[in-house]
Structure formats: C-alpha cells, structure tokens
Design a binder for this molecule. Sequence first.
Ligand code: PMP
Length: 414
Amino acid sequence: MISADTDIKPFDVTAIRKEFPVLQRKVKGKNLVYFDNAATAQKPQVVIDALVSYYQQFNANIHRGIHSLAEEATAAFEATRDTVKDFINAKYREEIIFTHGVTESINLVAATWGRQNIKEGDEIIISGMEHHSNIVPWQMLCQEKKAKLKIIPVDNNGELIMDEYEKLITLKTKIISIVHASNSLGTINPVKEIIEIAHQHNIIVLVDGAQSAVHLDIDVQNMDCDFFVLSSHKIYGPTGVGVLYGKKELLEEMPPYMGGGEMIKEVTFDGTTYNDLPYKFEAGTPNIADTVAFKAALDFVNEVGKDNIRKYEVALTKYAMNKLSQIEGVRLVGAAKHKTSVVSFIVDGVHPQDMGILLDNYGIAVRTGHHCCQPLMNRFEIPGTVRASFAMYNTKEEVDELVKGVEKAVKMLR
Ligand code: PMP
C-alpha cells in the first residue's frame, strides 16, 4: 500500500507552474485545476513565444524559397526535425516525417505500407486497449483487403495477456499495431517484448506513442520498433503537428501518401518521380508555425528532465490513487504495475458525466466518457470513467482539491 504522505518534491513545481500562463486563470471563480493532460497538455510561455516570433519575424513558405525569410523558416522547421530525431533517438533525420498528429500518422501507414503489403486473408494484430485511431484505420484496411483484425485481450488489471498475444500470431500475421501507454488506464505495455516476439516471426510493429512520448524515455533504436508515432500537443507543444518515425528501409519501400507539391522530384504529364525521404511523405505546405514551436516544447521538456518529471508524476499518481480509493463508492479502473500518470475511476451510482460537470463547477478539469476506447470500456462493462491525468505542473494540493470535489459530488449525486 502506498503511503498517503508520499513525499513529492523532486523539483520546483512552483517555478514550473509560472511557465504556464493558463494555470493562472480562474474557472467558475476557482483556481483552475487542469487534470486533462492525456487529452492535451498546456503550453509553456516559450512555446507561445516561439509561435508568435515565427509569425512576427520570419513567416515564409519553406524549402523552395531563396530569400532570407524562407531560409530562416526552413532552418527553424528542419531544426525541429533534428530535435525530434534526438528526442526519440532515431538513427537518421529522414526517418522523421511530420504529419498532423498520431491519427494521421497511423492512417498514413495503413494507407501506404498497408495497401502495399496486406493481401486477402492476411492478419493484423492490435490490442483491446487501443484508441479508436489505432483501430479504425486497420478496420478500414481489413475491409478493403479482406484481411482479419485480431485483438490481444486485456486482463482485469488493465494489462495485456501476453500468452494470448503469442497464440494470435500465425504465418498470415503481417503487422502488429500497439499502444505504448493506454490513454484511458495509463497501462504501460511491454512493447520491447512484443516487438522481439513479432520480429522472430518477421512481423513489423507500429507503436502508438501518443501517451508515452511525454512521460517515458523513448529510444526507437533500442525498442527496435518499425514505426513510432506521436503528437506534439501531448508533449506541451502546439496542436496540429505529429510525427511518424519509420525505419528508413521501410519508408523507402512505401508509396507516397498524398500527392502534391514538395513530395516530387519531377512532374511531367507522362509521370512523376517522387522526392527523397522525408519529403516524399510531406506533400503541400506543412504546419510550419506549429512545427517550429514544437521544438521549444521538446527543449523545455529536455531542460526540466524527463527523469525528474517521471519521478514526480509517478509520486503524484500514487498519491491520487491512494486518496481516491479511500472514498466510499469509488472504484479505480486499471491497476497495472507500470503506469503513466493516469487515474481512471468510477463511482457507484454516479454517471461519469455528472461527476465531470460537478468537478468543473469547482474549477477542476477532468475527462469523462469512453476516452475514444469504446471496446476497452465494453471489456470492463462500463459506459466510461472519470479520468484525471497529471502533468509536470500539477500538485499534491490540486489532487487534494480533486479528492474534496469527488467527496462532495458523491454526497450530492448518490
Ligand atoms: N492514441 C492514443 C493512445 C491517444 O491518447 C490519442 C489522443 N487521445 C491518439 C492516439 C490520437 O492522437 P491525436 O488526436 O493527437 O491524433
């Protein structure tokens, strides 16, 4: 049992909070308590400044221009690619493809690698805890190709049943697409083990890093995943920017996703030759401003230190789980051994949505519902949960506010 007095002071959270302007605001007359970080994280001033500075100082279209502004914008955009490469320890910068987010990254792989490699009767494995964006693109592909989608089951703790995973693999299995950390339960999956087993059978693996990239050290070379996807907005960066990492040899074999400017070498009416990586997958004018500002977010995380953040968040999560589980009628959903900073719970006799509305009246932002994981909610036979997800700027005092809010709501609603 975790002590309720867990000591939480590995770094100066007061100083960190000052970097996030939105945390100063009031909601419904109360200090904002923002616990919806798994949906999107708040942005530090350096990210906001980087966005403003791009538009004030060097807004220009990238790559083709020879004037100074175009060169500055191109350099800033490409600097983010280098920072992402280091952030996930990719081997080559051309393995980093910019997209609009995890959803687009997964759709890209399904539509290109998938269409090229999946044939009738082939099998794709995902898990029972996937976000809809790691289910639907594969379902669409299976429908088109008459392929089969197989699901790794989840146990009562919210962990994958690994024995069942191995049993699902057949000679027809072509790809496994698996979430690194569950957005609704926080479970951290043993992706390295999953990949090792898959590779023994020549199966490639996509890892959905939407929830892991912000909390865990990511080393795609060590993990040996074939694809890794992430979204900037979950890592304190702007919305509208995502990353697809792919092993160079795979990306080189894949056909382009969208056709248009940037992704070509030469176009005639007889045909087109495609650009080299990474530009082959970056058709059209990208989201330059947000990509430029994404670098500031990654630099910020690196500066605070992922290890420091992780230790702090783990302590905060344990503290919250301990406190919430002591409230009568509260049931935590998901008791995995390894978790990110997500606490999901339900309250006997109280609909998650009612709880969410009441907590909002106390200035506390939580997420309620199925968290885009309807099959997982069905697995637990619940309509949804209340989810509090913590970031580096959250505090023990804020958790106490949540606990008080839940206690009050329970009294009022039951
Ligand atoms: N996968 C997981 C595990 C997620 O948490 C999310 C975002 N909630 C996504 C995929 C989709 O990410 P995005 O909306 O940024 O495309």
